[in-house]
Ligand binder design. Structure first.
Ligand code: SF4
Ligand code: SF4
Ligand code: FES
Length: 332
């Protein structure tokens, strides 16, 4: 982390937009001296209190707990009440641009419409489903190991930073998104919950479920609470196989294809994965890409043809196979 300097004269560029009166958003600049202990939220408050009372944003707890103040500063997802301003200035060369988490959902300045986020969150049943005696004689106890199985998923504050950083969601409105899927994992992994199959089925659905994640890790990067949603998505993949919810389709065969190639040669064999997951007929969709890959030497004409066993094998393939055997947690 870079060294924090005492004060700096800063120009802040703030995204301004009022959905009721403006046709397009615009940027307004504010000059101020920024102290070494000031947070991004302090600067936002100073814009509102000292420069322009109409500047709008959400904030509540000021302790990184409520998730209200998630915005983007210079394109980086932050909780405004947790982020030191000078630290960011050091990172971005004295430039601060305040923007909403999702510009296309802006209602007023940094305030966005989070309806899609909340709808998707609700869709995964983000609560424990259990038939509990209304007058229980004792608490529902969990062991430390059972609690640890929830991992860090319980730390989510529903700030939406991961949701609005997710490129899969940007092109596919139906995708549940990283926060909802992390919540689905959190309650499915809870030993007190009785809706495992139902939630795994919801998160298996093609188009909206875990198989539509492109594993770019943007959600892990954006999350201010280190929930690591992509890791939880991986765990849901495994749980779907373990509980027999996953059926054979392009997405699950794609996962199997990875394993098959690694076991056979120790290499990721792109052509074989396509043949295996989409079949020979489906493979024709990718002929253009395949020809380009052949031109650059990334695959050979016989790649993916099972009866021509010409893919080289990695040195120490038996070591790779042993590692797979001891680390594999599900039966693909
Ligand atoms: S890893 Fe998956 S869920 Fe996370 S941002 Fe990328 S596509 Fe979205
Ligand atoms: S997973 Fe992290 S980034 Fe996503 S909503 Fe929860 S706290 Fe925010
Ligand atoms: S104001 Fe609550 S998380 Fe920032």
């Amino acid at each position: 982390m870079s060294e924090v300097k005492d004060t700096r004269k800063v120009t802040i560029k703030a995204f301004r937009f009022n959905a009721e009166t403006d046709y397009l958003p615009y940027t307004k600049q504010y000059e101020m001296e920024v102290g070494k202990d000031e947070l991004i939220l302090d600067l936002m408050n100073r814009i509102k209190w000292e420069h322009d009372g109409s500047f709008s944003y959400r904030r509540s707890c000021r302790h990184g707990i409520c998730g209200a103040c998630a915005i983007k500063v210079n394109g980086k997802s932050v909780l405004a009440c947790k982020q030191n301003a000078i630290e960011l200035l050091n990172l971005f060369d004295n430039d601060i641009t305040l923007e909403p988490s999702s510009k296309k959902r802006a209602i007023k300045d940094l305030i966005i419409d989070k309806t899609d986020f909340w709808d998707k969150h609700a869709a995964v049943k983000p609560f424990i489903v259990a038939d509990i005696d209304p007058r229980p004689a004792s608490e529902s106890k969990q062991s430390v190991a059972q609690f640890n199985a929830l991992l860090d998923a319980d730390l989510c504050i529903q700030c939406g930073a991961c949701h609005y950083a997710c490129p899969a969601l940007e092109v596919n409105d139906a995708f549940l998104g990283p926060a909802a899927l992390a919540a689905a994992y959190r309650f499915t992994a809870d030993t007190r919950d009785e809706a495992t199959e139902e939630r795994l089925q919801i998160t298996f659905e093609s188009g909206s479920g875990v198989w539509d994640c492109v594993k770019c890790f943007e959600c892990a990067e954006a999350c201010p609470k280190e929930v690591n949603p992509i890791e939880k998505i991986g765990k849901l993949h495994n749980m779907q196989f373990e509980h027999g919810v996953a059926v054979s389709n392009v997405a699950t065969r794609h996962a199997e294809g990875f394993l098959r190639g690694m076991k056979k040669t120790g290499y990721l064999d792109e052509a074989d994965i396509v043949t295996y997951s989409e079949g020979y007929l489906g493979m024709y969709k990718h002929l253009g890409t395949a020809l380009k890959m052949m031109k650059t030497g990334k695959i050979h004409w016989h790649s993916g043809i099972p009866f021509i066993d010409s893919i080289p094998k990695i040195k120490n393939l038996d070591e790779v196979q042993k590692l797979i055997a001891i680390s594999q947690t599900n039966k693909l």
